[in-house]
Design a protein around this ligand. Structure first.
Ligand SMILES: N[C@@H](CCC(=O)N[C@@H](CS)C(=O)NCC(=O)O)C(=O)O
Length: 211
């Protein structure tokens, strides 16, 4: 990771963001020349008119800047970096569709429910409520699906790790924060260990800055 303003890639991120971690992990796994640009999410930076105007109209993290190009949505960033580096992509068109299927599932169900549950439990004073109960039910349903899919498989798509894995693991290296007992998912844990063994893997808190 570069430390000066001249790195090839710049990632708008903050350490607690699993969605930003997806992009940061990909950059690290590809040994890219990149730097983090800290966004003060918890003090409302992404909700400012300036952020929406200058950085991302949807008011979200992550955003990747590469030269004159700017990309939002972790799935788009992962696709871009995969093409750019020729790594963690599909072997053929059919596999590309399979990767897209899991990226969509991740963004809609796997990450979204568990990340929202974590947000409520870790970063607000909501405590347990019917909302957290609902989110936990939806999150565990998605975890059950992935646990079942990983039967006899090392990675989500094909024999090798792809951006589907990099996307889906975004929130799972904070098991104690999830609000879901990951211990109940042995195949997910074994899969996470395989990801952890990839050269260049680093924990989110080692890749991205915090306030
Ligand atoms: N699907 C998006 C989700 C991005 C997202 O929700 N990021 C959070 C931070 S982890 C955020 O910026 N939320 C602000 C908001 O939803 O208003 C992606 O994968 O990039």
């Amino acid at each position: 990771m570069g430390n000066t303003a001249v790195a090839e890639f710049e990632l708008y991120c903050f350490a607690e963001s699993g969605n930003a971690y997806k992009a940061a992990l990909m950059l690290s796994l590809c040994d890219a020349d990149w730097q983090a640009r800290f966004v003060d999410y918890f003090n409302g930076e992404t909700r400012t008119a300036e952020y929406r105007r200058e950085i991302n109209e949807t008011g979200e993290i992550p955003v990747l800047v590469h030269g004159a190009e700017k990309f939002a949505q972790s799935g788009v960033i992962l696709n871009y970096l995969s093409r750019r580096f020729g790594r963690y992509g599909a072997r053929d068109d059919r596999q590309a569709l399979e990767i897209l299927r899991w990226l969509l599932f991740d963004n809609h169900k796997f990450t979204s429910y568990s990340a929202t549950l974590r947000f409520l439990l870790q970063f607000t004073d909501s405590g347990e409520s019917p909302v957290t109960e609902f989110l936990r039910t939806r999150a565990t349903g998605a975890f059950d699906t992935v646990e079942s899919h990983l039967h006899g498989r090392a990675f989500m798509v094909g024999e090798q790790p792809t951006i589907a894995d990099i996307s889906m693991c975004g929130y799972l290296f904070w098991p104690e924060q999830l609000g879901v007992d990951l211990g109940a998912y042995p195949r997910i844990n074994a899969w996470l260990e395989r990801i952890r063994q990839l050269p260049g893997w680093r924990h989110p808190y080692d890749l991205m800055p915090t306030a």
